[in-house]
Ligand binder design. Structure first.
Ligand code: LLP
Length: 421
């Protein structure tokens, strides 16, 4: 595995110094080979649906589509991306699904107009959709009453979560769907990012119960996303075989009960793209504050917000500008350029700054933040008027620019100074 090495020279065979030279920094680089491998890991499921919120660049969506991966969307913008990347609006199974807890007016109009499959996460969505598009098929996202996540902010089940239809409202929703002639053909549960096998049996039991209540119209069940990846060296990879087996047994029991085929879908974001992605930054200052040494780089939480939001740990490596392969190590704090104290990549949840053991470095060396393909670029911002980073995809051993860096003109496009009368 490429992660966890502290000195790194290349990504998928391409020298990182060349990437920085050609595309500048900060730049996200994704390795096609890793994404394809992760897709293959999940082939046991009938359908793999990519939660594009993790990384929605058109080139990544195109890659998914070419490998037979369906797509999940949460906004009109994500639906439009899927369409531009070549996904058909309709089909069986639906190539594009809209899973959300609300329709804003734009997304409601778009799903009605394009006949995009809707996975409703709130009872109100049934009324809004049913009154405009009676007779269509829908699926329901159920909140089973409990959840699980790598942080409180990524737990999407239980009574503190806004997500999904509360399990005891399923009956009312089915009656309401009938009123509009909507046919409920599938159920979906996504209880959070970072699910584990312990919680899985609970989720599957809740799914089975809801499925029996829904009855024989049931055609599909979705396990949602949430598959973890090892961000730290000591973290084990999820046993996918065991994960599939529990879901498959649930599906099997439902098939036996209803006497017809039921498809089993999985909907990961992180699992498919996290490990493929690297954020390349340049070290622009090294300073000592009392006993602490800071490496300050030209990427900040405007590029990768996971550390400041969740205290997330990402592996890091140094790319020596002179090509050296060995350097002594030192405990450092890694921070970015933003005018905000929280702009630190080495922090724990709650904002506690910690140190990381990294090779000694000099200004001009590069720093690579690894496992940054999921919820990296997509959660970027223009804070401090920083342009969004460039994105590069390595395919067939060659780097391809898949998003140019924003320019200053992009930044101010759309802004207006009111004219004085
Ligand atoms: N399906 C639904 C309905 C979701 O809400 C999500 C994630 C996924 C699938 C994909 O979850 P994944 O397989 O990527 O864990 N920004 C956070 C993660 C937020 C996830 C939101 N929903 C992070 O950086 O960890």
């Amino acid at each position: 595995m490429p992660c966890f090495s502290n000195i790194r020279h290349e990504i998928a065979g391409v020298p990182i110094l060349d990437l920085a030279h050609e595309f500048g920094t900060p730049t996200f680089v994704y390795d096609t080979g890793t994404i394809v491998q992760r897709i293959e890991d999940l082939r046991a499921f009938d359908h793999i649906r990519y939660a594009q919120k993790a990384c929605s660049n058109l080139a990544v969506l195109d890659l998914m589509r070419q490998h037979g991966v369906l797509v999940d969307t949460v906004s009109a913008g994500e639906i439009r991306r899927a369409l531009v990347a070549g996904y058909a609006p309709t089909g069986s199974p639906p190539p594009i699904v809209y899973t959300a807890d609300i329709f804003d007016r734009e997304s409601l109009n778009l799903v009605v107009e394009q006949n995009i499959h809707v996975n409703c996460g709130s009872p109100d969505m049934l009324d809004q959709y049913g009154s405009l598009a009676p007779g269509r098929e829908v699926t329901l996202r159920i909140n089973p009453g409990f959840g699980h996540g790598h942080s409180r902010k990524t737990n999407t089940g239980g009574d503190q979560s806004k997500h999904g239809i509360w399990y005891d409202q399923l009956h009312d929703c089915l009656v309401n769907a009938d009123n509009y002639g909507l046919s409920v053909t599938g159920l979906h549960m996504h209880i959070g990012s970072g699910t584990d096998l312990e919680h899985l049996s609970q989720v599957c039991a809740a799914m089975e119960k809801a499925a029996l209540e829904l009855g024989r119209n049931l055609k599909s069940i979705s396990a949602g996303g949430g598959l973890p990846i090892p961000y730290q060296e000591d973290q084990q990879r999820l046993d996918l075989g065991a994960y599939f087996a529990v879901w498959n047994a649930t599906r099997q029991r439902l098939q036996d009960h209803f006497g017809h085929a039921i498809s089993l879908e999985i909907e990961p974001g992180r699992y498919l793209v996290a490990e493929s992605g690297y954020l390349i930054a340049e070290i622009r200052a090294i300073k000592r504050q009392a006993d602490n040494v800071f490496y300050l780089v030209d990427a900040g939480f405007n590029n990768l917000a996971r550390p400041i939001l969740y205290g997330a740990h990402h592996p890091m490596a140094i790319v020596p500008a002179d090509g050296e392969t060995r350097r002594p190590e030192v405990d450092v704090i890694v921070g970015g350029p933003l005018c905000e104290s929280g702009d630190i990549f080495t922090q724990e949840e709650g904002g506690f700054v910690i140190t990381r053991c990294l090779p000694t470095a000099a200004v001009g060396d590069l720093l690579v933040i690894e496992c940054a393909g999921a919820y990296g670029f997509v959660m970027g911002s223009n804070y401090n008027s920083k342009p969004l980073a460039a994105e590069v995809l390595i395919a067939d051993g060659r780097p391809h620019l898949i998003r140019r860096r924003q320019t200053f003109e992009d930044l101010i496009a759309g802004e207006m100074i009111p004219q004085q009368p």
